[in-house]
Design a protein around this ligand. Structure first.
Ligand code: SAM
Ligand code: SF4
Length: 385
């Protein structure tokens, strides 16, 4: 086994994708069908079809995770700029009932900071996909206050929940999030499980420095508790100075850390075009106690991006459509909605913008990004992760 280092240099991948430089989208690039024909789905010029909508309900947050936000927070959007429940519900309805979206995930910022979140969930959960199936409604949250809201959210129709938790050590948790709130999060996770939100997934960002300590303990606890743990590679979507390509802890290093701690892993693959690659974990016993068998996921957006079959579209809390997390192109859906645009008009704007979705991270303007990643103008919390 090679010696472990916290700072592993990774080769950033996919030069073939990154070499491509799509022409800027102009009216003449939009096919005739999208200009005048009926709009029935969201498809881009690289042949990918959108099935997953990430709807951000706020840009505000009560934590200050180091990889996401500066310590002082950000300039929040004024409340009137946020999409209302009716506007969020309208976009979700168009996406699910008319444009082929099958999954809607509510995110932020911290979505629990919206007091009317239950209303949003109820409006989305009542929708049926074009095949008549109920839409899959999920929430990505830091879990603060979830203990008091889980039952109401479940009742409103929420199906599943992803909760961010980077460490089980209160001091480390506070160092990452800049707030001493570990107990609150653990209460939130317990409540989610109790009311039957399923699966409960735990998101942990694999940040250089403390993975060897955090990761095995977190995995052992998640296996014992029935939570599905997924490590996310650190992306350049937080404060600029907090990300350097040579410090990215890639999938291989996460696996090495877990294997060195005694976990026996066998690759399962990437089910359903979901972002996480899964590994089966055999039952065992290690420094962090005994654990049953289960699985662990790694989302390797940096070292092995899944852009070629990305099926997502994102709408920010102020109603800007972002076809890619890394896109510097935004399309305003809120203004046309507030100016009285018809459903047809909104869907046409959405479909035309989707046509121009970039092929992969950084391909829009690669000459601006020596590491291959063109940073969007917004950070993760303002886009909706
Ligand atoms: N506040 C909620 C939460 O933390 O779950 C929802 C919004 S947060 C932006 C969504 C996800 O993005 C979280 O799981 C968080 O860990 C992840 N995230 C934030 N900044 C990131 C970064 N620079 N790289 C990778 N993941 C990041
Ligand atoms: Fe807030 Fe989520 Fe960003 Fe942490 S990752 S600062 S909880 S938005």
């Amino acid at each position: 086994m090679p010696p472990l280092s916290h700072r592993t240099v990774v080769d950033l991948p996919t030069p073939a994708l990154r070499g491509a430089r799509p022409a800027p989208l102009t009216a003449q690039h939009v096919p005739e069908a999208l200009a005048t024909g009926p709009i029935t789905r969201l498809v881009d010029r690289h042949g990918r079809t959108v099935r997953d909508l990430r709807l951000s309900v706020t840009d505000r947050c009560n934590l200050r995770c180091t990889y996401c936000m500066p310590a002082q927070g950000l300039q929040w959007l004024p409340t009137p700029d946020l999409l209302t429940v009716a506007e969020l519900a309208r976009l979700a309805r168009l996406a699910v009932e008319h444009l082929g979206v099958e999954r809607v995930r509510l995110t932020g910022g911290e979505p629990l900071l919206r007091r009317d979140l239950e209303e949003v969930v109820a409006a989305v959960a009542g929708l049926r996909t074009r095949s008549g199936a109920p839409v899959d409604v999920g929430l990505t949250t830091n879990g603060l206050g979830l203990d008091k809201r889980a039952a109401g959210l479940r009742e409103a129709g929420l199906g599943r929940v992803n909760i961010s938790l980077d460490s089980l050590d209160p001091v480390e948790y506070a160092a990452v999030t800049r707030r001493d709130r570990l107990d609150d999060v653990l209460r939130g996770i317990a409540a989610a499980q109790e009311v039957g939100l399923s699966p409960v997934k735990i998101n942990a960002v694999a940040v250089a420095g403390a993975l060897e300590e955090r990761a095995p303990r977190l995995l052992a606890q998640c296996l014992r508790s029935g939570w599905q743990l997924r490590f996310i590679e650190h992306m350049p979507l937080g404060p600029r100075e907090t990300w350097r390509p040579q410090e990215v802890v890639g999938r291989d290093e996460v696996l090495r850390v877990l294997e060195r701690a005694g976990f026996e892993l066998a690759e399962i693959g990437r089910p359903d075009r979901r972002p996480a690659t899964l590994w089966r974990v055999a039952a065992g016993e290690g420094a962090y106690g005994a654990y049953p068998g289960g699985s662990v996921g790694i989302i390797s957006s940096v070292t092995a991006p899944f852009c070629s079959d990305c099926d997502r579209t994102r709408v920010t809390a102020d109603g800007r459509l972002m076809t890619c997390l890394f896109s510097s192109r935004e399309t305003d859906l809120r203004a046309p909605m507030r100016q009285g645009a018809s459903d047809e008009e909104i869907m046409r704007i959405w479909a035309q913008a989707t046509w121009g979705k970039p092929l992969a991270h950084g391909t829009d303007e690669p000459w601006h990004a020596p590491d291959g990643f063109e940073r969007p103008s917004r950070t993760m919390s303002a886009i909706g992760g």
